[in-house]
Design a protein. Structure first.
Length: 347
């Protein structure tokens, strides 16, 4: 009996310099098959060679979907190339792929097995087509990351200045140069903030979204801008749990029977810029908002670890910003949803 191919997928594990590719097809008896594997350069030339190879191996009569794992910024060039040339492409957050990988009988993790996992995931799931984000989100992401690098470098300079000033008979010329560096970083940060403000001002939709998200306790316009920029306007996010996983706030716990109990902690396998952006807003919310202050106190009373409680507030604030963005409604301090009453998640 001849089987009919009903679906074809190209699973791609993306690295900085190469694309590891596995071809897969699904038959009408719902049996998946992996039918090809190859590695290409993550470059314009490699993109063309990859697409040409796929066209030779897979059947023309059945559509082909390219499934790409979102890997930092390294997947973007190929995703834009596919979109420009009219191919169907789905970009998947890493947490989805890793969760699916754990369901397979695969004991090793290599670039090849990762691409095979992505191909199988694409064959078994109904995926949305990727839409390129608005240009403004890409511009904002570049700016907020540049600002963060400047802030970190300025902090190093400030610490160095403090150390020099605290020493015996500090070198005056060294102190002057360090102060000049700090002043230079201050001017650069101000210039970036002004550029961000101009970009936001020129887009009424983004401007309104930032205003809505900034109504959350402790959240300022820069934090809201960072959240939009790092998620491309929450393009790949479908729910709060997925957002927490994308940011690396998802909880990991090791437990086996009654004898093995590892520490519960967040995975940190996510967008570190997004996690970092939520730290100061969480502290501000704990200080100024009774609801988050009570949540912080309750969690500390349970496990005695303040930073754990702060991270829990970070996660809840990020989820709140997502809800405000999706509902397009400003934060109402008098409204308490059932989900919020039920749960500050214990870390």
């Amino acid at each position: 009996m001849n089987r009919r191919i009903v679906k074809q997928v190209v699973g791609i594990d993306v690295a900085q310099k190469e694309l590891v590719v596995t071809l897969g097809r699904m038959y009408d008896d719902w049996t998946p098959e992996l039918c090809g594997h190859k590695v290409f350069a993550n470059s314009a030339k490699g993109f063309g060679l990859l697409v040409g190879w796929v066209g030779k191996v897979l059947k023309d009569a059945v559509g082909v979907r390219y499934v790409v794992e979102a890997t930092g910024v390294y997947h973007e060039g190929f995703s834009y190339y596919l979109d420009d040339n009219g191919f169907e492409v789905s970009v998947i957050v890493p947490s989805k792929i890793s969760n699916y990988h754990r369901t397979l009988e695969v004991k090793t993790v290599t670039d090849k097995t990762s691409s095979e996992t992505i191909a199988l995931f694409g064959l078994e799931r109904k995926l949305d087509c990727w839409r390129r984000p608005k240009v403004i989100f890409k511009q904002l992401r570049q700016l907020v990351r540049e600002r963060q690098q400047i802030v970190e470098t300025r902090t190093i300079a400030k610490n160095q200045l403090h150390a020099e000033q605290s020493g015996y008979e500090p070198n005056k010329s060294s102190l002057a140069r360090i102060k000049q560096q700090i002043n230079f970083f201050n001017k650069q940060e101000l210039a970036i903030k002004q550029e961000i403000a101009e970009l936001v001002k020129g887009d009424e939709e983004v401007k309104h979204s930032i205003a809505v998200m900034s109504s959350a306790p402790g959240v300022g316009s820069l934090t809201a801008t960072t959240a939009l920029a790092e998620t491309n306007g929450f393009e790949l996010v479908r729910n709060k749990r997925q957002l927490s996983s994308y940011a690396g706030f998802d909880v990991r716990e090791k437990q086996s029977g009654t004898s093995v109990r590892g520490k519960t902690r967040i995975s940190k396998k996510g967008n570190k810029q997004l996690r970092r952006a939520m730290h100061l807003p969480a502290l501000a919310a704990i200080r100024s908002n009774d609801r988050y202050k009570a949540m912080f106190v309750r969690l500390v009373s349970q496990h005695g670890i303040k930073m754990k409680a702060v991270v829990a507030v970070q996660r809840k604030l990020l989820e709140l910003m997502y809800v405000l963005y999706k509902t397009n409604k400003a934060y109402d301090p008098d409204y308490v949803s059932c989900s919020e009453l039920a749960g500050c998640l214990v870390m």
